[in-house]
Design a protein around this ligand. Structure first.
Ligand SMILES: *[C@@H]1O[C@H](CO)[C@@H](O)[C@H](O)[C@H]1NC(C)=O
Ligand SMILES: *[C@@H]1O[C@H](CO)[C@@H](O)[C@H](O)[C@H]1NC(C)=O
Ligand SMILES: *[C@@H]1O[C@H](CO)[C@@H](O)[C@H](O)[C@H]1NC(C)=O
Ligand SMILES: *[C@@H]1O[C@H](CO)[C@@H](O)[C@H](O)[C@H]1NC(C)=O
Ligand SMILES: *[C@@H]1O[C@H](CO)[C@@H](O)[C@H](O)[C@H]1NC(C)=O
Ligand SMILES: *[C@@H]1O[C@H](CO)[C@@H](O)[C@H](O)[C@H]1NC(C)=O
Length: 353
């Protein structure tokens, strides 16, 4: 507490510095879902074992009560909130989606305004029109103090929800230009697929919809599209964060690189290989994937300095994520563990700038 007071006083003397609850050891986590009641009721999915769907919905809506108590108890200094999937990406009408994003962002800013010591936010964005998305990102960062954006995979569109918009196309360059001008990260979070994909691909396999398989399979394709379409070549300072230990991509780099190298003579637009974008543009978090051996393997592939801790609350439990990250001192040096659970996030989110 003494340390915190000191920090608050120091920070107050710099106009731009954010004042946050920096205990020096607590975690900073940022794949953490929130939803207003009307959206929380539609999120669905399977709650953690021992919890009910009603718990999940209540925990999505709650910020200042149970969520904060768990943060205190398990050593989370600061949490960045974002709208639970599919959120705006599930709205096919462009005008409706744009208005919803503005409402959600204003609502979230308002809800956390009395405790920005503990809570920050990533913007929800309508991705139908890249210029509109860029302007709303700018507004939320400049006017609401948001720390970046979180998109829930592709933007569904069209009267029958049958058009899927991927942000790896040239028309999104105006958005990526704004992201890099603002120098904020964009988190790529999975979403439940539109109906035709669910029935064509997932109806045969009980339980494969959602986090067990569908999420990583769909989102990793979008992330790889950013690579193969040359987005990182056009925007070399762009920072994209991928949860759940990188949606499996860093587990499979040998085959991805080797196979894509064969596309070079055929004119693939990307200038480098996927491995190398993990050293310059892509980051991963541990959200909902608290697997020590896999973390170590990924550290060997992309470097521990590309990996940050997060929970995926309330779909994953704060106690589970925190007990796991705190146990990592068995396999990581103390500095490495602190870097994983807060250090890189502090610089990425510019909490101390
Ligand atoms: C700061 O965070 C810790 C958890 O890391 C918590 O125990 C403490 O109560 C927080 N302080 C304030 C002022 O919120
Ligand atoms: C912020 O407002 C909410 C809702 O009124 C309340 O529950 C919470 O205790 C407040 N937090 C602080 C730090 O004042
Ligand atoms: C996208 O939004 C901008 C700014 O409102 C507008 O000028 C432009 O016409 C829109 N583009 C499309 C394809 O609708
Ligand atoms: C970004 O937002 C700020 C604050 O509202 C505004 O002054 C500025 O013109 C905006 N920049 C762009 C490129 O729209
Ligand atoms: C389009 O998707 C929305 C929500 O994602 C759903 O409510 C609506 O029924 C869908 N429309 C069609 C034609 O499938
Ligand atoms: C990927 O590119 C890097 C840098 O250009 C190179 O050092 C590395 O060998 C490449 N990896 C593969 C598997 O091709």
């Amino acid at each position: 507490m003494k340390r915190f007071v000191l920090l608050a006083l120091t920070a107050a003397s710099f106009v731009h510095a954010r004042v946050w609850n920096d205990t020096g050891v607590g975690a900073v986590v940022f794949e953490e879902a929130w939803a207003p009641p009307e959206l929380a009721a539609t999120v669905g999915g399977a709650p953690a074992l021992g919890k009910t769907l009603a718990d999940l919905e209540a925990n999505l809506v709650d910020i200042h009560d149970k969520r904060l108590a768990l943060m205190d108890k398990f050593g989370i200094d600061f949490m960045v909130l974002s709208c639970a999937q599919p959120c705006v990406q599930g709205v096919s009408d462009p005008e409706e989606a744009a208005a919803m994003a503005v409402d959600l962002n204003n609502n979230l800013a308002d809800l956390i305004s009395n405790n920005t010591l503990r809570f920050g936010a990533f913007a929800a964005l309508a991705m139908h029109n890249a210029t509109v998305a860029a302007q709303e990102l700018n507004r939320t960062v400049k006017e609401l103090g948001f720390l970046g954006a979180l998109v829930n995979d592709y933007q569904q569109s069209g009267a029958d929800n049958d058009t899927l918009l991927y942000y790896d196309q040239p028309e999104y360059d105006v958005f990526w230009q704004m992201v890099t001008d603002l120098d904020v990260p964009v988190y790529f979070h999975p979403r439940t697929n539109v109906e035709p994909i669910l029935s064509l691909v997932y109806s045969h396999g009980f339980g494969l919809e959602g986090p067990a398989q569908e999420f990583a399979a769909t989102l990793s394709t979008h992330i790889l599209g950013l690579c193969t379409n040359g987005v990182f070549d056009r925007f070399p300072t762009l920072k994209i964060i991928v949860g759940h230990l990188g949606e499996r991509i860093p587990s499979d780099l040998f085959r991805i690189d080797e196979q894509l190298l064969r596309q070079v003579p055929l004119g693939i637009p990307m200038q480098r290989n996927v491995s190398s974008y993990w050293l310059t543009n892509l980051f991963e978090t541990t959200s909902g994937n608290f697997a020590t051996a896999l973390l170590q393997f990924h550290a060997s592939q992309i470097g521990l300095d590309r990996i940050m801790h997060s929970i995926d609350y309330p779909f994953a439990l704060i106690e589970e994520g925190q007990e796991w990250v705190d146990s990592l001192t068995d396999v990581l040096g103390e500095d490495e563990q602190l870097q994983l659970k807060r250090g890189l996030a502090i610089s990425m989110l510019k909490l101390d700038d």
